[in-house]
Design a binder for this molecule. Structure first.
Ligand code: NAD
Ligand code: ZN
Length: 380
């Protein structure tokens, strides 16, 4: 048994002291895991837009000082009371939304929206006792979405940890704990394009390109990428996107452009932008009779979706998804296996790599729109 079990661990973490200010590498104290909690040694983490969004804290409740980070992979160091599914040494992916396996959602085959462990961006403490497990000289440092992976060690609820194949390279499969699974699942689990179909992807960021990867895996014959930023098109070619449409290049609505390109509409569309206009276009561009549109992007607070109800009567279907409809503990280990069987490529999503001490560079790359995913290695 490791000598750290039951003791406070002192380690390095990137602490966000204030909204929008560079993170500071600090020595933090990480308390032992309490009931149903697990202390994880984080090996590698990546930066996702959601971290940046809540770090900027424009319009959301600011919770500071805080340790961000939620896309990661690590190894179990110790477990708290009542944890039977994980043991020290197990390889895990932390997930920002959990699966308690007991609530109505977890028991339903149709839902992944766990009542107990569903994402909560305002909470900065553990469920068990309403306290933080991180501190500096006795002052609490808050958690982020139950994961806080920008720390060499983190304490996470067992329901937010997927146990994965120990042979899986953590610096690749860490991407599956958020954005890539979201886009992939939006296509494979929700849009479900039949083989040979035409799929439009709105937004060619990491999530949209993962949705394109899903379309490729499903055997779509045409994958049409729609983005306002032409710089995204070069990268997208590596992801099997076969055609590109920039709405800015056309005088008519993009749904009309797509309908002309596809003899009446695409079979499936997946929206990964967060723009309400793109959401409406993504719905209206599907073919009547069978077309299905899936919304993934997170809209602005005051947005409203407006379309003519005749579109529904004409048998166009509109759906939305949370985390690609994957149940974190049940399904993620299988997505890791898809990567291990080489059915899914992850390497092409990794555009940058830094070590923990350079974490602010990862923020710069993302803010400048230069990176799809920047990997942050914890040893260094
Ligand atoms: P990103 O910013 O890297 O990519 C978004 C892309 O959309 C950009 O390339 C941008 O140019 C493009 N875009 C913006 N407006 C557009 C428009 N009107 N038409 C066409 N293209 C447009 O973001 P990302 O990390 O790939 O995430 C995409 C979205 O998915 C975000 O809204 C994010 O919040 C959301 N998301 C949802 C879930 C979920 O569970 N539903 C999970 C993770 C992320
Ligand atoms: Zn549940």
């Amino acid at each position: 048994m490791s000598s750290t079990v039951g003791k406070v661990i002192r380690c390095k973490a990137a602490v966000a002291w204030e909204a929008g200010k560079p993170l500071v590498i600090e020595e933090v104290e990480v308390a032992p895991p309490q009931a149903m909690e697990v202390r994880v040694k984080i090996i590698v983490t990546a930066l996702c837009h959601t971290d940046v969004y809540f770090w900027e804290a424009k319009g959301q409740t600011p919770v500071f000082p805080r340790i961000f980070g939620h896309e990661a992979a690590g190894i179990v160091e110790s477990v708290g009371e009542g944890v039977t599914e994980l043991k020290p040494g197990d390889h895990v992916l932390p997930v920002f939304t959990g699966e308690c396996k007991e609530c109505r959602h977890c028991k339903s085959e149709e839902s992944n929206m766990c009542d107990l462990l569903r994402i909560n961006t305002d909470r900065g403490v553990m469920l068990h006792d309403g306290k933080s497990r991180f501190s500096i000289n006795g002052k609490p440092i808050y958690h982020f979405v139950g994961t806080s992976t920008f720390s060499e060690y983190s304490v996470i609820h067992v329901g937010c940890l997927a146990k994965i194949n120990p042979a899986a390279p953590m610096d690749k499969v860490c991407l599956l704990s958020c954005g890539i699974s979201t886009g992939l699942g939006a296509t494979l689990n929700v849009a479900k394009p039949p083989k040979g179909s035409t799929v439009a992807i709105f937004g060619l960021g990491a999530v949209g390109l993962a949705a394109a990867e899903g379309a490729r895996i499903a055997g779509a014959s045409r994958i049409i990428g729609v983005d306002l930023n032409p710089k995204r098109f070069d990268e997208a070619k590596k992801f099997g996107v076969t055609e590109f449409v920039n709405p800015k290049d056309h005088h008519k609505p993009v749904q009309e452009v797509l309908a002309e390109m596809t003899d009446g509409g695409v079979d499936r569309s997946v929206e990964c932008t967060g723009s309400i206009n793109a959401m409406i276009s993504a719905f209206e561009c599907v073919h009547d009779g069978w077309g299905v549109a899936v919304l993934v992007g997170v809209p602005n607070k005051d947005d409203a979706f407006k379309t003519h109800p005749m579109n529904f009567l004409n048998e166009k279907t509109l759906k939305g998804t949370f985390f690609g409809n994957y149940k974190p503990r049940t399904d993620l280990p299988n997505v890791v296996e898809m990567y291990m069987r080489k059915e899914l490529e992850l390497e092409k999503f990794i555009t940058h790599e830094v070590c923990l001490s350079e974490i602010n560079k990862a923020f710069d790359y993302m803010l400048k729109g230069e990176s799809l995913r920047c990997i942050i290695r914890m040893d260094g």
